[in-house]
Design a protein. Sequence first.
Length: 452
Amino acid sequence: MTSARDIAYEVLLRIQTQRSYADALLDALLKGQKLPATERRFAKALVFGTLRNRTLLEHYLMQAGPFQPERTDVRTASALRLGAYQVIFMDRVPDSAAVNESVRIVKDRCKRRKDAGFVNALLRRLVRSKSSLKRPQVAFGADEAKFVESAAVAFSFPEYLVQKWRHKFARKELVALLSKFNEPPVKAVRVNIAKITVSELSERLAKRGFDAQHSPVCPSALRLSGPGPLEETPEWREGLFTVQDEGPQVLSLLVGTLGPRSIVDVCAGVGQKLTLLAERFPTSVVVGNDIHLRKIQQSREQAKRLGLKNVRLVAGDLLSPSLRPKSFDLVILDAPCSGTGTIRRHPEIRWRVRTSHLRKTANMALKMLESCTQLVNQSGTIVYSTCSLEPEENEHVIKKFLSRNADFEVCRLPELPAPLRRSVGEFGLTLLPHFYDCDGMFFSLLRRSTAG
């Protein structure tokens, strides 16, 4: 049987070499294994713990001995980080097991025989020096370069991303954001209020051992902690809720007063926002469009589980002939982006953000947004959203769109819950993880101006 450590190592290695995503890859690898629940949780803890602390682990390994991450074979470096995470952060794992299992993995997976000896020696040095290791501190009082360098090591972020965010956040706020990004995400659900009230679902899940708290961000959401996967509960199978972060759920607050009769989600994906809108507007026709047939099928299964009869699905690009021009009251564009608002969920994203990538996704998003103008009717609304914190993918896209489409303007947002009002800006609403304990999101509502 493949062990939890073998699976964790494979995930970490593929993230380095194939740009895989941790959660999807881990689920796929665990699916074919008959591992007990404790081992599955162990594998997940190893993967996400190692990813969230990558630079810090390298910092400790370099204190223990001659380790140069950029000059070490990727297979060997992955095993070293995995072993170091167990030694430093997992008190219940015997140091001997962490070292011996890492050496075994290197023997099995690395071509050079000397690599096993190197891993064995370095991890044993780490064990011996564990009590004297110097944890890096954020240099708040230092100059800018030293502050950025110290924060990058302390929270395991690349320096260029920390420096980029310094243009937007003060030092203390930036540290709060980096710290929040290294916490596991809150487990949240969207209550299907067509079938059950928030309080009733809370009571039912409490009887199954879940601790439920009402969301301060979205009235129809619950924050949950407790035993086992939520998708295995009878309540999930009955379609009483959907597992969804609170950030995307804020969409229902932004469009709740619009009363649209026809809605299209042009990049519906697996149907999270699509089904949210279908629940919120049960008498409206809600069309989901996506170019991926697999995602269309997942959306169909979601709608069926939730008992939604007002969902229609279309497979095609944004300008599919099945989508009649200027026929929708509400057009939703969840634009392609870097995903930096979801780093708690996808810690590997922090290593993938590049200026060239931001430019590419922003250009694509702008083209898609302009295509949406062909779908929305004369008095309708376009919602542009991302799960990014980057101005290039958010405000800059809206500003450029408005300069090229003079007949559109940014809509005034409806009255929002008090905690959200602080985050309303010139171009829309920005949700920050360290403010709301949810994914980072950006929303902008656009409509043809009365003058146009």
